[in-house]
Every structure is written in structure tokens, then in C-alpha cells.
Design a protein around this ligand. Structure first.
Ligand code: ATP
Length: 634
């Protein structure tokens, strides 16, 4: 009899959360899941056939065991079918030869069944890997097309979980749940047929016994699962207490508020509750083993009793071997029934995984290529905002009637108080978001009508929050232009004032810069990012100047890097430095999503409006600080 396992029983229950999020299993969902299996139908059929054959071969030795018992007892060996015929042909009427043949056949069946199992496992893993491979690729491609809004609002952990453990869970479903369903059903059916063919009375006795194995497993399993869950919750509570009270700041709080006694009581109570739960949990396991053990023994005894009664009292034609077969087959009933009962839960879990993945697939792409998107032959770099309105959320308008034009090669500086909408304006240019009203035009064409790749290829962006990945400096630079020659990289870095620094590193351009460029200073990261924009060499450039104050040397290094970057390009700069503002062809002053002033520095300062205030508070102070730092350095 298979060992009755507590955890096995526990496996078959849903957590309250799972119950709450239980997916609706509809024909549409099943059809959608099936569509992923469709390309692998021939392989799936082969796996099914292999499982059925292997279940048959694994049960047959039980029947042969009966034959062995009869051969030893000198009785008639009654094995029907082609296997029986082969055995009779090989062994004739000799009991010992029959015994040897049966042992040989049993062994051969065992080997064959296991070989088939190995082949089946490989094929099964192959199918599962390929299905998840297809799913993961499709999902990754889909996520790449998701809008910026999706990534800025979703939890990053959630996206990664769906791409990894959810998708792997789907694989587990195919390798585990599906094969278990087929293998348990076929084992169950084959065992039942074999038993009923031998003796319907004993088979019925066996079937009647099944609920006695299943019910305790199910009930006690449920109880145990509940206790495990509660004890887990208690453990979490204890960990929470430890984390809160044994950390530096936690201990400080406890000491200053003399809360030692209070905290100790809390810990003591939680610990006591956990001990009680653990004890109950292990005792439930004991009773469970006892119940199953009892029925494990009663089952065969009942079969011997009824079998004996039939043979001894009613002159039934059953042999000792037949009764042995029935006992041995009885064990074959228990496992599959129990597993099949658990499969329902596995199925619900699998459906939930599929549903979670499909949720992502069904999310609207929002920013897509228009069906008639055009790819112009060239870009001159004329950028125009025409009565642009925009809102992130329906009822909160961020930009209102923003109109301006940047002629090819000219520069516009956007200034304004924090939260005014400056970043929002620049986000609309590479279509990280689409306008909600009006239009953004590049060379006279609405950017929503341009090919998205074309548009983004022609826009260079240097962000405040420079994104560098963990690789070498060279790899980070090549991201902008994968086929750039070394000399191009060096030229770009010279222009960006970062070449000398890179050369001073022991590994030069092959230096690994750590996660998000952590091994570089803020100023170095910015200059590297500028070098990357120079390499990309686009007609349009968006520059979000860093607000973080740098020392005067870094400031001037960056300023010297920005000048060649802006030269000859249509540029839109969110400016935080007076020098950038002063060199812009036009300054747009944004306040509350509206352009409130526009003009050159000279024109705006005397107005006494928002710009004058910004100049007084922000730019002039920054300039004074820089000058103070410079003279202190000198
Ligand atoms: P700062 O100078 O501080 O960077 P900003 O002028 O660039 O400010 P924006 O980042 O454009 O301002 O933000 C304008 C408004 O839009 C703010 O009120 C901000 O809270 C809101 N906002 C920005 N991004 C989002 C978003 N992803 N979802 C919802 N609201 C947003």
C-alpha cells in the first residue's frame, strides 16, 4: 500500500486567497489554453499512448504474481490473453518452468514499463518546455510593446513574476497535472477492469473499501493544511516581532519607551500559540497515519475473508493466486483515486496561472503603429506642438493648449516650477504617451501617423535619471549604435568630456560599471549618457538637465559636453542652469500646464513674472553658488 502522506493530502486544498481569486473556467478559456497545445498535438498523443501502455505494463506484474503463487502451490496457472498463451508455449505444464517464465516476464515488463516512462518523461518535458518557450516569447514581445504608462504603474515584481514563476507554473501543469490525470485515470481503469475480470465479488469488496482510504486522507489532510497555514501565520507574526524589536531602531524605540515588558508578553503569547499549533499539527498527522494504517490492513483482510469464504464455503473456483492478485490490485486503486481528487485543485491553480498570463496578453497596447504609418525619407527636425492638451488620468488635466514650434537646428528651453508639466511635454515627443487633444508634429506630420520606430530612432534623449545597465562602458555606449567603430566611440566620448576619465580607468572602455552605473559618479554618468546621445546622432534632442548640484568642475565638464551635443540639432531642454537658458533660442515658461511666458532671457527678466521669480530664486542662486565654489576652490 502506498504510504499515506500528510503533505500529499494537504496539497489538495486551496488557500483562502486562491479560493477568492478562483478563475472562471469557461469554454473560451479552455479553448485559449488548448490553442497553445495545438502545435504539439502529435507529440501529446504519443505521450498519452505511452502513459497508457506504461500503466498497463506496470499493473500486469501484479497479475503475474498471482500466477507465481499458483505455480508454487502447484495449482493451475490461469493467465488469459496473449501473455498467457506465450507463457504456456514457453513453459508447457512444468510448474517450475512456469514460475521462472513468470518471474522473467514480470522483470521484462518492469524494465519495458520503465523505459517507456523515461521516453515519455523526455517527450513530456520537451512539449512543456516548448509550450512555455512559445508563451514566454510571445509575452515578452507583447510586454515590449506595452506603453510607458504600464511600466510606470505596474509593480515591477509582478511583471517579473508573471514572466518567470507563472510561466514556469504553466510548464509544471503540462508536465505534472496533465500527465497525472491521464496516468491515474488509465491506472484506475486498467486496475478496475483487471479486478472485475478476475472476480466481480472481490472487486466490489475492493471498490467499497476505496472511500475508507480516501475520506480520511481528504478530511485529515484538510485539517492539517489548515493547521499548517495557521502555524505559518504565527511564524510570520513572530518574525515581524523579531524584525521590529531586535533591529537597531526598534530596540532604541523599545528602550526609550521602556516597552520591554510589553514586547516580551507579545512575543511570549505568539510563541506559545505557535507551539500549540505545531503540536496539534503533528498529532493530526499521527491520527491520520493510524486511520490509514487501519484501513490499509482491513482492505486485504476483507479480500482474504470474502475470497476464503467463497473458496472454502461456497466452492468458488478462485485460486490462492487470484486472491493475491486482488490484494495487490487493491493497492493500485487507492493511489490514483487520491491523486485524481487532488487534481481538481491543481487544475484550478493551473487555470489561475493561465488567466494571470492571459490578463497581460489582453492588456491594451495603447501606443501602436498606425495601420498607414509612414516612414519619411529624411528628417529636417521641425517640431511643433499644436494646442496640445494632455491628462494622465481622465479627470485631471495636466497640459492645456500648449503650442510652440522649434525650427530645425534651434533650441527651446522649458522652465517652470516643479510639477508644472515640463517632463510631460517632453514625454509626448517620443510618444511615451499620446496627446489627449491637439497634436505634436514632426516636419509637418502628426507623430501618430509616423512609424513608431522611425520616430524614436530620430530622437535622442539625455535624461536626468541616466539609465545605464550593468556591463562595460563600451557595451553601454554601443547600445546607442551597435555597429559603431571604436574610433567613433572615442570621438563621442571626447566630445562628451569623458574620454580622459575612461582612459584613466585600469580597464578603460572595458570597465564594468555596476548596476545602473553605480560605480560612476553622477557627473560621469551624465557625461556617458551624453556620449551615448552624440553617438545616436539624431536630428532631435531632448535634454532633461540634472537638478542635482554638482561641484563646479563637474558642472563645467558637463556644460562643455552639452554644447557640442546641442549644436545643429533641434533641441528641447528642461533647463536648470542659467547658461543653458541663456543660450536657448526661446524660453518657454510653464506654470500649471500652461505656457505663461515666452521669449529670450533678456526679454523675460524685466517682465516681473514667473520667469523673473525663477531667475531670482533658482538660476541666480545656482550661479552664485557655483561662483562661490569656484572662488573657494581657487
Ligand atoms: P519636475 O520639475 O518636478 O520634474 P515637471 O514640471 O517635470 O516637474 P511633470 O513631471 O510633467 O512636472 O508632472 C506634471 C504633473 O503630472 C504633476 O502634477 C505630476 O504629479 C503629474 N504626473 C506626472 N507623471 C504622472 C503619471 N505617470 N501619472 C499621473 N500623474 C503624473
Amino acid at each position: 500500500m502506498p504510504p499515506p502522506g500528510g503533505p500529499r493530502g494537504a496539497r489538495g486544498f486551496l488557500t483562502p486567497e486562491e479560493k477568492q481569486n478562483r478563475p472562471k473556467i469557461t469554454a473560451k478559456l479552455l479553448k485559449r489554453i488548448f490553442s497553445y497545445l495545438t502545435p504539439y498535438i502529435p507529440q501529446l498523443l504519443l505521450v498519452m499512448a505511452a502513459i497508457i501502455v506504461s500503466s498497463f505494463f506496470s499493473i500486469y506484474p501484479s497479475i503475474l504474481t498471482g500466477g507465481m503463487v499458483d505455480a508454487i502451490a502447484g495449482g493451475v496457472v490461469r493467465i488469459s490473453g496473449p501473455v498467457g498463451a506465450v507463457i504456456r508455449a514457453v513453459a508447457g505444464n512444468d510448474a517450475f518452468r512456469t514460475l521462472l517464465t513468470l518471474i522473467g516476464a514480470s522483470f521484462a515488463l518492469f524494465i519495458i514499463s520503465n523505459l517507456i516512462n523515461i521516453a515519455q518523461s523526455y517527450l513530456n518535458a520537451w512539449i512543456a518546455q516548448h509550450i512555455t518557450f512559445d508563451m514566454k516569447n510571445a509575452l515578452y514581445a507583447h510586454l515590449q510593446k506595452m506603453p510607458h504608462r504600464f511600466f510606470s504603474t505596474s509593480k515591477q515584481g509582478d511583471i517579473i513574476t508573471r514572466m518567470t514563476s507563472d510561466a514556469d507554473g504553466v510548464q509544471q501543469t503540462i508536465t505534472g497535472t496533465l500527465t497525472q490525470l491521464i496516468s491515474n485515470s488509465s491506472t484506475l481503469i486498467i486496475a478496475l477492469i483487471a479486478m472485475y475480470r478476475k472476480s466481480w465479488i472481490l472487486a466490489t469488496v475492493g471498490v467499497i473499501m476505496v472511500p475508507f482510504f480516501v475520506i480520511p486522507t481528504k478530511t485529515v489532510g484538510k485539517k492539517r493544511w489548515e493547521l499548517t497555514r495557521r502555524s505559518q501565520e504565527k511564524n510570520d507574526e513572530i518574525n515581524q516581532i523579531l524584525n521590529e524589536t531586535l533591529s537597531v531602531s526598534g530596540q532604541l524605540l523599545v528602550k526609550l519607551f521602556t516597552a520591554e515588558e510589553r514586547e516580551y508578553k507579545k512575543y511570549f503569547e505568539a510563541n506559545k500559540a505557535r507551539v500549540a499549533l505545531s503540536l496539534r499539527e503533528s498529532m493530526v498527522g499521527r491520527w491520520f497515519m493510524f486511520a490509514i494504517g487501519t484501513f490499509t490492513n482491513i482492505g486485504p483482510m476483507l479480500i482474504y475473508l470474502v475470497g476464503g469464504l467463497l473458496v472454502l464455503r461456497y466452492g468458488g473456483d478462485l485460486t490462492v493466486g487470484d486472491i493475491t492478485i486482488m490484494v495487490s490490485l487493491l493497492s493500485r486503486l487507492y493511489m490514483p483515486v487520491n491523486s485524481l481528487l487532488n487534481i481538481q485543485v491543481d487544475m484550478i491553480r493551473s487555470m489561475a496561472l493561465f488567466t494571470r498570463l492571459f490578463d497581460y496578453f489582453d492588456m491594451k497596447l495603447e501606443i501602436e503603429n498606425a495601420p498607414d504609418a509612414v516612414v519619411p525619407a529624411d528628417v529636417t527636425g521641425n517640431l511643433r506642438f499644436e494646442d496640445v492638451t494632455f491628462s494622465y488620468e481622465p479627470d485631471k488635466q495636466i497640459l492645456k493648449d500648449v503650442s510652440f514650434e522649434v525650427k530645425p537646428g534651434r533650441s527651446v528651453a522649458i522652465v517652470g516650477p516643479s510639477g508644472a508639466g515640463k517632463s510631460t511635454i517632453i514625454n509626448l515627443i517620443p510618444r511615451l504617451y499620446d496627446v489627449t487633444g491637439g497634436s505634436v508634429e514632426l516636419d509637418g506630420t502628426d507623430i501618430r501617423k509616423l512609424d513608431l520606430n522611425f520616430l524614436r530612432r530620430n530622437i535622442g534623449v539625455v535624461n536626468q535619471d541616466t539609465y545605464l545597465f550593468n556591463g562595460t562602458i563600451k557595451e553601454n555606449l554601443l547600445y546607442a549604435k551597435p555597429d559603431a567603430a571604436d574610433s567613433e566611440l572615442i570621438d563621442a566620448c571626447r566630445d562628451a568630456n569623458i574620454h580622459d576619465f575612461i582612459e584613466s580607468l585600469s580597464n578603460g572602455y572595458d570597465t564594468v560599471i555596476g548596476n545602473r552605473g553605480i560605480k560612476l559618479s553622477g557627473g560621469e554618468r551624465q557625461r556617458l549618457s551624453i556620449a551615448r546621445a552624440i553617438l545616436k546622432d539624431t536630428k532631435i534632442l531632448i535634454l532633461d538637465e540634472a537638478t542635482s548640484s554638482l561641484d563646479s568642475i563637474s558642472e563645467s565638464l558637463i556644460q562643455d559636453a552639452i554644447d557640442p551635443l546641442l549644436r545643429g540639432r533641434t533641441s528641447i531642454v528642461i533647463a536648470h542652469r542659467l547658461s543653458t537658458v541663456m543660450s536657448a533660442d526661446e524660453i518657454l515658461v510653464i506654470s500649471d500646464g500652461v505656457i505663461v511666458e515666452r521669449g529670450t532671457h533678456r526679454e523675460l527678466v524685466p517682465l516681473g513674472g514667473v520667469y523673473t521669480e525663477l531667475y531670482e530664486t533658482q538660476f541666480r542662486r545656482a550661479l552664485e553658488e557655483q561662483e562661490a565654489a569656484r572662488s573657494a576652490g581657487a
